[in-house]
Design a protein around this ligand. Structure first.
Ligand SMILES: [Zn+2]
Length: 60
């Protein structure tokens, strides 16, 4: 899976993580569970606007 440059948080300028809705691929789940946060699991709620981004530093 190609990874585009994540947008930076408008508050603290930290790279933001994509929020995955629905069923993330097993590789992503493994990475998150291993503490290598590459994404935020957003549960099964989907947003019609597409990819959402979350900042883990200031949780904006
Ligand atoms: Zn932030």
């Amino acid at each position: 899976m190609a990874t585009a440059d994540p947008p930076l948080c408008p508050r603290c300028a930290a790279p933001m993580l994509p929020v995955i809705y629905g069923f993330p691929v097993p590789e992503t789940i493994a990475q998150v569970e291993a503490g290598q946060a590459v994404a935020v699991l957003g549960g099964c709620m989907r947003r019609p606007e597409g990819t959402a981004w979350r900042c883990l530093r200031c949780t904006s």
